[in-house]
Ligand binder design. Structure first.
Ligand code: ASP
Length: 337
């Protein structure tokens, strides 16, 4: 159902809010704990000051899920819906979403929605009935950004705690803090000051891929390396995956004993080398020992650029859905260096 607020305003000032679930839409349940229960219309109606803006806000609930349970079919449906809203004249789109996977959804939208209209994902760390709930302030700021000409052409943005982050860099870095969202090494692209978006940068690289429904059929595994890893997981993976992302140690390293196994996978499917550190790029030419970045790249692993493992997986999954060759996949990742 789509609910309209402030109707009567011109469509060029319309912001479409799409609800996906998450803590921002949760309430205590009879069986304990909080669960998704509010629709996008409820969220919009609860934000002080939104009705006073010179913006028409429409609200649609597309999913009502905790974000760990979203899948690629949901992201394809969301991407389609976002593009449909823009085609129907929305000046911008806001997605309310669980924070656990907000960074993955934001990057998926960044890659699949090429339009200039701002697409903003937001959520909350505290549910609506909690003391100091942050959802209303985040939604307010998100609508302000989505309706701002300053945010056009910047790709998908994540707005939390009055900070504007680029989808390419943003990460959830804390389990419960309202300041959980960071863009390691780069910082936010902008701030929302007294409701006014001030944006000073762009993160998008301009690569556009189709939101191909086959993305749900591709299997990309993500394997985090650790001290003493004997390769059991990689061995068990066998040929179950169409692609792999290695969350390497440090600048992109694996234990020496695992090199033959990793190389075996890389000879069969695209294997992307990222880092588990949480910030920075995998290196290319510094370390020369077995299992180093130089060794692994020489054995055909694909450099992830600045993409962290979760984002590298989104990109690889979308590329595999379009049937891209390994060389084409490597070229796409080069754009994120
Ligand atoms: N577990 C919740 C979710 O991602 C957390 C949140 O929304 O903040 O749906």
């Amino acid at each position: 159902m789509t609910t309209s607020f402030n109707s009567g305003e011109a469509d060029t000032r319309r912001v479409a809010v799409i609800g996906m679930g998450g803590t921002i839409a949760m309430a205590p349940s009879a069986s304990g704990g909080i669960v998704p229960s509010l629709g996008a219309g409820d969220l919009v109606a609860s934000v002080p000051g939104l009705a006073d803006l010179d913006v028409t806000v429409t609200a649609t609930t597309l999913r009502s899920l905790p974000s760990p349970s979203l899948g690629f079919a949901d992201l394809v449906a969301l991407s389609d819906r976002v593009r449909a809203e823009i085609a129907a004249g929305a000046a911008g789109v806001v997605i309310t979403h669980g924070t656990d996977t907000i960074e993955e959804t934001a990057f998926f939208l960044d890659l699949t929605v090429p339009e200039a209209a701002p697409v903003v994902v937001t959520g909350a760390m505290r549910h609506p009935e909690a003391a100091g709930a942050d959802g209303p302030a985040n939604l307010y700021a998100a609508v302000r950004v989505a309706s701002s000409p300053a945010a056009r052409g910047l790709g998908c943005l994540v707005v939390m705690s009055d900070e504007v982050h680029g989808a390419r860099f943003v990460r959830k870095s804390h389990t419960s803090s309202t300041g959980a969202f960071v863009s390691p090494g780069f910082g936010p692209l902008g701030l929302v000051v007294e409701g006014d978006p001030r944006i000073r940068g762009a993160a998008r690289v301009g690569l556009t891929l189709p939101a191909d429904p086959r993305v749900s059929e591709r299997r990309v595994g993500m394997v985090t390396m650790a001290l003493g890893d004997d390769g059991t997981l990689l061995r068990l993976a066998g040929d179950a995956f169409d692609g792999l992302v290695i969350a390497g140690l440090g600048a992109g390293h694996v234990p020496a004993d695992l090199v033959p196994l990793v190389a075996e996978h890389a000879a069969r499917v695209p294997v992307v080398l990222s880092t588990r550190t949480g910030a920075g790029s995998v290196l290319r030419q510094t370390y020369g020992y077995p299992g180093s970045e130089r060794d692994l790249l020489e054995r055909g692993l694909i450099h992830s650029g600045f993409l962290d493992p979760a984002k590298a997986r989104i990109l690889l999954q979308l590329l595999l859905a379009t049937g891209e060759s390994t060389a084409g996949i490597a070229a796409a990742f080069e754009r994120f260096r």
